[in-house]
Design a protein around this ligand. Structure first.
Ligand SMILES: [Zn+2]
Length: 108
C-alpha cells in the first residue's frame, strides 16, 4: 500500500467467507453437496490463513495472490482452491468488514 494509506501498516481482519453453490439437488440425498463435506474442504484453507501474517504465507508458499492479500486477491485464490473439490461452486464471497465485501465467480 502507498505511503499514507490507512492499510499500509500491519493489521488484522475478521473475515467471513461465504461459499455459494448452484446446481441440481440430488433426489437421493436431497442435497447438492453435503455441508459437512464442504466444511472439510474449506476448513484446512481457513486454518492456513487464520491468525497468520497472510503476506508471509504468500511468500513462504509462493502464492502470488497472497503476497498482496487484498480481499479481491483472497477471494480469487479461495475460489480456485476449492473449485476442483466443489463442482457446483457458483461464487465465493469474502466479507472483510460488515461494509466491505468482494464476490468472485468465473462467469461474469
Ligand atoms: Zn486490511
Amino acid at each position: 500500500m502507498p505511503d499514507g494509506h490507512k492499510c499500509r501498516r500491519i493489521h488484522g481482519h475478521n473475515f467471513k467467507v461465504e461459499v455459494n453453490l448452484l446446481g441440481e439437488v440430488n433426489p437421493e440425498t436431497g442435497m447438492i453437496q453435503d455441508f459437512g463435506e464442504i466444511k472439510s474442504i474449506i476448513n484446512p484453507i481457513i486454518d492456513m490463513l487464520d491468525h497468520q501474517f497472510i503476506n508471509e504465507v504468500g511468500e513462504e508458499k509462493n502464492i502470488p495472490l497472497l503476497k498482496i492479500p487484498t480481499t479481491e486477491n483472497l477471494v480469487m485464490w479461495f475460489y480456485h482452491e476449492i473449485k476442483p473439490l466443489i463442482p457446483a461452486l457458483y461464487s465465493v464471497v469474502i466479507h472483510e468488514t460488515d461494509n466491505n465485501t468482494c464476490e468472485y465467480r468465473e462467469n461474469w
